[in-house]
Each structure stands twice: as C-alpha cells, then as structure tokens.
Design a protein around this ligand. Structure first.
Ligand SMILES: *Cc1c(COP(=O)(O)O)cnc(C)c1O
Length: 381
C-alpha cells in the first residue's frame, strides 16, 4: 500500500540552513530577508510591487482596511471559497454579497456578479478556485464600468496565469498564502502584489503600526512618528528565509503538479459516474492545486464510503470547500441563507472529492489513485 498524503510541504536542507542562519544572528524582524523575499516573489510573478505580510487573511483585511471600507459598504465575493475571503470583508464591518459559481470551473459566475452590484458596492473579490484562472477581462470590465476595486484572492494561484500575466496583476491587488499545504510555504505567511507604487507604500506602512519610517530608515534609533492607524501584520525573518528558498523551488514544484494532474485526469476519465472540473479558459494556465472529482448525483450519497475506501488505500483526500461560505453557521445565522440559495457551489461542496497532485507525489502515485478511485466507486455502497 502507498502512503499518499493530500498535502506535504517540500522542505529541504536549503530551508533548514536558511532558518539556522537567521537564528544564528539577532535580526528576527525588520531585516533584509523580508525585503529579499518580496523581490524574488515580485520577480517570479513579474509584479511591480510586493508586500510581505503575516498571512493571506491579513493581506485581504489590510487591503480593505486601507481602502476605508466599513458599515454600509458591500463587496461581491464568491460563495465557493475559503471563509477568509468573506471574513476579511466582515472584519472591517462591510457586507460580503455572495455570488454562486459556474458549474464547469467552480469560479465565480461573472453574470451573477453583474447582477449583484448595487450603489453600495465598493469592490469585487474573486478567487482563482483551485488555481484555475477567473475570466479577469470580464471582471475588470465590470469593475471599470462601476468604479470598483478588484481584489484577487490568489491563495491557491501561485503559477496561475492568464494571457501570460500572473494572477494578482489583472485586478488592483493579488493576495497570496504560504500556509503549509499551499503551493509553497513559509509555515504561515502571505504576500500582496500590485502595480500601484502608492498603494504598495501605504500597505507597507499600515502593516507595521502606521509608523512613518522603517527601522532601516531611522537616523536616530528609536525615533519615529505614527501618522496613521495600522496593524502588526509583518512577516518575520525566519518565514522570509524559508520563502526565498521556496520560490527557487517553484518552477519544479509547479511542473510536478502539472504533470501529475495530467496523468490523474487521464486515469480518471474512464471511471464511470465521476466528472472533473475544467482547467479554465483558453489562454489560461492553472496552478493545479488539486484535482476535484465531482460525483454524479447518483453516486453522491456514497461519497463518504468512497472517501473511506480511498483513505483506507493510503490516499489522503480533502473537500474544497465543505460548504459554500454563506451556508457556514456564522453567515447563515447572520444573513439567513438557506440550502438551495447557491446551487452550483452546493453541488461542488456536496459531490466533490479533492485528490492530491502535489510535488511530493509522482506519476505512479497518480495511477494508483486512479485505480483506487475505480475500485472505490465499484465497491462503495
Ligand atoms: C488558504 C486560503 C486562504 C487563507 O490563507 P491564510 O494564509 O491561511 O490566511 C484564503 N483564501 C483561500 C482561497 C485559501 O485557500
């Protein structure tokens, strides 16, 4: 039997040595590595500006805080996403307006976004669901027409490109996550990329208490002024040291995901009763976070039994996401949503099984998963 965890960070000697080098010194925060990490991440994505932060959730909260969103403001968000996409809006007192997804990709339904815009709408948040690029031309056209800000939640979109341009650079900001099971990790951590130098400079200040100069910019140590409100959402030097090494691994790790995903897709094609989400629009490149098998409605009642069968065969699985965010108790209780309000997102939540394609796995693992899936569908009751 194979052991195939759903996600496993690739941490090697380079990361271990980089961390030890930080610990051997005394600069744990405010050092050169967070800056260097911003530079190499900006290089990888071809972003004009990058701002390192404590997490993707911190990134999105910081952006909405900076924009001054609050009570009375609305942000259009996808129903099929991680709760952080909506929480970031709630945390500033604004209202997330949930929109259902397309059946084919799980990405936000652009026609439904248009219908959700009101005079109170300030921004559109999109998620490149499982790494598949959203149709950003359609989203940015809507945003221009209504004067809205566009935030791209790129937590699963490192390596996602559309017409050659990296995710996060189509809208106004892109927010990334370096949580352990994402495409690369710093344990916890995040990054914001953008084109606007003023925006980047403001976010740099507001992630660090709103002080007017960084430690490096102070001519007299300890001397600074506070010119605005801000958080402590910085990334530390230990995390940044790991991140720099991880960016170096990205081309190989992403290629492994692409190859694994292609093999698993082929292997699952012959399994009756399951469908696969599409890889996205023409001109798009997915980051292949995982491969979600969507069970036909006739099989969906047997999902738990199929998952148990796969897990018993040593295959780690997950569900992205277990419920559409508006049907999570907090949002349901606050806004009164009901089952049936987001039919496409609900179908993905109820019928899908996420299968691993990460860089810790190879093509033999993919063949093993495809076989196990065929058995699981046959033998499940
Ligand atoms: C993981 C994830 C987040 C949260 O990222 P953190 O870095 O853990 O805050 C946000 N959005 C999406 C789509 C995610 O998958």
């Amino acid at each position: 039997m194979r052991s195939i965890p759903f996600g496993k960070p690739i941490i090697g000697d380079a990361e271990r040595q980089a961390v030890m080098a930080v610990l051997a010194g005394s600069t744990l925060v405010h050092g050169p590595l967070a800056k260097k990490f911003e530079e190499v991440f900006a290089d990888f994505t071809a972003a004009p500006h990058a701002v390192s932060v404590a997490s993707c959730t911190a990134a999105m909260h910081l952006v909405y805080f900076h924009l001054g969103f609050g009570p009375g403001d609305e942000v259009v968000v996808p129903a099929q996403t991680h709760t952080a996409t909506a929480h970031a809006v709630e945390l500033v007192g604004a209202k997330p307006v949930f929109v259902d997804c397309e059946a084919g990709t799980g990405n936000i339904d652009v026609a439904a976004v248009a219908a959700a815009i009101t005079p109170r709408t300030r921004a559109i948040a999109v998620v490149h669901y499982l790494g598949v690029p959203v149709d950003m031309a359609a989203i940015t056209a809507l945003a221009r027409q209504h004067g809205l800000f566009v935030l791209e939640d790129c937590a699963l979109a490192i390596g996602t490109r559309l017409d050659g341009i990296h995710a996060g650079l189509h809208g106004d900001v892109g927010c990334f996550s370096f949580y352990p099971v994402k495409h690369m990790t710093t344990a916890e951590g995040g990054m914001i990329i953008c084109r606007d130098p003023q925006l980047a400079a403001q976010l740099q200040r507001k992630k660090a208490f709103g002080v007017d100069r960084t430690v490096g910019e102070r001519t007299v140590p300890g001397m600074y002024d506070v010119t605005m409100l801000g958080f402590n959402y910085r990334m530390n030097e230990i995390e940044a040291a790991i991140g720099i090494e991880q960016v170096g691994r990205l081309p190989d790790m992403l290629e492994r995901r692409r190859a694994n995903s292609a093999v698993l897709r082929d292997g699952l094609r012959g399994v009756a009763g399951i469908g696969l989400l599409e890889d996205g629009p023409a001109g798009g490149e997915s980051s292949h976070y995982c491969l979600s098998a969507i069970l036909d409605d006739s099989l969906a009642a047997r999902r738990l039994s199929i998952i148990k069968h796969l897990n018993a065969a040593g295959i780690g699985t997950s569900i992205y996401y277990p419920r559409p965010v508006p049907l999570m108790s907090y949002y349901r209780g606050k806004y009164g949503f009901n089952e049936g309000d987001f039919p496409q997102a609900e179908r993905i939540s109820n019928n899908s099984i996420a299968l691993p394609v990460g860089p810790h796995l190879d093509e033999e693992d993919m063949a093993y998963i495809a076989n196990a899936m065929a058995d699981a569908v046959k033998e499940s009751k």
